[in-house]
Design a protein around this ligand. Structure first.
Ligand code: PRX
Length: 657
């Protein structure tokens, strides 16, 4: 195993990693011709994958791209997602196969009850029953259902049950605040919310239902709430509106015929942060999305019948949607689902879980890898991880040091790493190695997958052959977002205007190296990526200025060695508010309440004014340079150049602490 200094040497040598020969020999994709075949006829390529799903009615046309950017995939085809994820595996005799090894956070104390082997049979039964519960509550095809849940198997059941009847789910990550949930329910007009009494976090129940109680009064469309009793906390229940999951599901009819859905019918909404304070409701549809998530899950993870696959994301993010629920279940895979914190009750919890279930594939985010690095390799080495054969990374650029540590310490030097680049909007993995084929370079997501075309454009819009620029996707792909819910114009404006209606603007800067490998640098818009979670500077700023003590606020992302980027807030106080620890704590709390704990700025700086141009625009770039201690150049064009000195002094002082 490489020591720290050796890792640094490796970094300097820019070592590359060809697929290990024994891995390559067994890999499903071993022939590089696959790239040419897919590029020569992408529609035939995707049609082959779609053909591996079960269709109720065949499609008449693979792709209709006659009116870009409005894409239609598998035109005229009909299918049901839950049938593809459940019924067909049960019909093939795999009903007793484990879909999820579910591990409760408190499994150490509760034993068997905290370690469930969730089979395809069980999932199908619960899905049909819950689908009938929803029907009984008046939910039907096209209705929006909110899901705000901990990492319990019922979260997947709720999603699948929506697909059974053609309802459109709108999952909100459980770490978002009541206010964020309210906003996302309101703008989507959700009729039903599925939630839990509480979620278990580091040994204690954190209330969910009780903490969101106040939102229902402001949601006229929300007629019913179904509550899973996860922690026995006895939440308040409103007669006629609120129902306990267990009782309802038990009483429900166990058979629910699947709704035949058009390939282009919406499957789900997922709100994500953009350049403004208002989150964007990404709309994914049925046939193309399922095709591409199933295909990429098989290709990128080289999925085999007996793999024990662990995507350690939360179901509330797109990674959970595509690579915990839909991709793995469509492929009939066995996954691990863990409910709790990685450091509870001890910092080797993940490795204990990986050893217990014999994980063969692990898919996680660089932030988590960096935490484990910090906690030390001894915690990993005391567990037998010899079954692991492939590692994946997602959500943010992985720094080469973390890559090498992941490779050496977690992967024992034998597992290829797939660094997968994609977004909520793309629905599925777009740029990634194929582990049996691609020579990897630590820090690069390598090359677009077969059938995908990506380019880097310079400021003139010309494709760059080698060098930096703006990342775009230049061919439609089946899992692409179709629109923004209720905001079709914003969809076009945000993604399809800059370079014309056939070129999707990603919002990332990237560069292409001499081997045409893609290196993602980071966002070019006002989005901050904290621990792989996307947050909008505007959303945080508007939360801050909603505090009566704040006159003005500007928020930026700065590089952070733990979380990739960290949020820094520059604030001008007003009224009685006095800069200091107490005010800072109150502001952090305020942001947690408005958005969620994940959006709390790490550092605050205070000034009587913020650096602005003469026309009054806050200069965020200058704030970034101040935070980075960069040479600021000429600041004389600022309205009040003296604020810069004040802020610079505070930033420098904070670095000495
Ligand atoms: O900036 C890129 C970064 O995360 C953004 C997408 O965020 P989100 O929609 O929340 O989806 C995250 C999970 C797919 C991208 O625009 N990003 C994602 N994966 C990578 C990445 N940056 C570098 N390398 C990656 N592998």
């Amino acid at each position: 195993m490489a020591t720290e200094p050796e890792l640094d040497v490796l970094l300097k040598t820019e070592q590359t990693f060809p697929p290990p020969p024994d891995f390559a020999a067994e890999a499903s994709f071993r022939d590089p011709a696959v790239y040419e075949r897919a590029a020569a006829d992408p529609e035939a390529w995707w049609a082959d994958w779609a053909g591996q799903l079960e269709w109720i009615e065949p499609w008449q046309q693979v792709l209709d791209w006659s009116d870009p950017p409005r894409a239609k995939w598998f035109v005229g085809g009909k299918l049901n997602v839950s049938v593809n994820c459940l019924d067909r595996h049960v019909a093939a005799g795999n009903g007793d196969k484990v879909a999820f090894h579910w591990e409760a956070e408190d499994a150490g104390e509760t034993g068997e009850a905290g370690r469930l082997g969730i089979t395809y049979d069980w999932l199908l039964d619960q899905t049909q029953r819950f689908a009938n519960v929803m029907k009984g509550l008046g939910v039907g095809k096209g209705d929006v259902v909110g899901i705000y849940m901990p990492m319990v198997p019922e979260a997947a059941v709720a999603m699948l049950a929506c697909t059974r009847i053609g309802a459109v789910h709108n999952v909100v990550f459980g770490g978002f605040s009541a206010e964020s949930l309210r906003e996302r329910m309101e703008v989507s007009g959700a009729k039903l919310l599925v939630t839990a009494d509480a979620t278990l976090r580091r040994g204690a129940p954190m209330p969910m239902k009780t903490s969101i109680e106040e939102i229902f009064g402001e949601l006229p469309d929300m007629k019913s709430v179904v509550v899973i009793d996860r922690c026995g906390t006895n939440p308040s229940m409103t007669e006629g509106r609120d129902h306990f999951w267990a009782e309802s599901v038990e009483a429900a009819d166990p058979v629910c015929e699947p709704e035949p859905m058009d390939a282009e019918d919406p499957l789900y909404l997922l709100y994500t942060s953009g350049s403004t304070a208002k989150p964007k409701g990404i709309v994914h549809t049925t046939g193309g999305y399922l095709t591409q998530v199933a295909a990429t899950h098989k290709m990128v993870f080289d999925l085999k019948e007996n793999d024990v696959y662990w995507c350690a994301a939360d179901i509330g993010w797109v990674t959970g949607h595509s690579y915990i629920v839909y991709g793995p279940l469509a492929n009939g895979a066995t996954s691990i689902m863990y409910e709790g914190a990685p450091d509870y009750p001890a910092k080797d919890r993940w490795w204990e879980i990986a050893e217990r279930y014999g994980a063969t594939i692990l898919y996680t985010a660089p932030t988590v890898i960096r935490s484990f690095m910090k906690w030390g390799e001894e915690l990993v080495l005391k567990h037998d991880l010899s079954k692991l054969r492939l590692l994946g990374s997602v959500g943010e650029p992985i720094n080469p040091r973390a890559w090498l540590w992941y490779h050496e310490v977690i992967g024992g030097g034998r597992c290829p790493i797939v660094d997968t680049w994609w977004q909520t909007e793309t629905g599925a993995i777009m740029i990634s190695p194929l582990p049996g084929l691609t020579t990897t370079k630590p820090g690069s997501a390598t090359v677009p997958l077969p059938g995908i075309e990506a380019k880097i454009l310079d400021s003139e819009g010309e494709a760059v052959e080698e060098g930096g620029g703006t990342l775009v996707l230049s061919k439609p792909w089946p899992a692409m977002a179709r629109t923004l819910y209720n905001e079709p114009d914003r969809f076009i404006k945000t993604y399809w205007e800059r370079y014309g209606p056939e070129t999707y603007l990603v919002g990332d800067a990237a560069h292409l190296d001499e081997d045409s490998y893609f290196w993602i640098v980071g966002r070019i818009d006002d989005v901050i990526n904290v621990s792989g979670h996307r947050l909008s500077t505007m959303e945080i700023e508007s939360a801050l200025v909603a505090d009566p003590g704040v006159a003005e606020a500007a928020v930026i992302g700065v590089p952070d060695e733990d979380t990739g980027q960290a949020i820094v807030a520059f604030v001008t106080p007003q009224g009685d508010a006095a800069p200091g620890e107490e005010f800072t704590t109150a502001l952090r709390e305020h942001v947690a309440e408005r958005i969620g704990k994940l959006a709390r700025p790490k550092r605050f700086f205070y000034a009587d004014d913020l650096p602005k141009t003469r026309s009054g625009k806050i200069m965020r770039r200058l704030l970034r340079d101040i935070a980075d201690s960069k040479d600021l150049g000429d600041v004389s064009t600022l309205r009040d150049p003296s604020v810069v000195d004040d802020l610079t002094a505070q930033v420098e002082a904070s670095k000495k602490v």
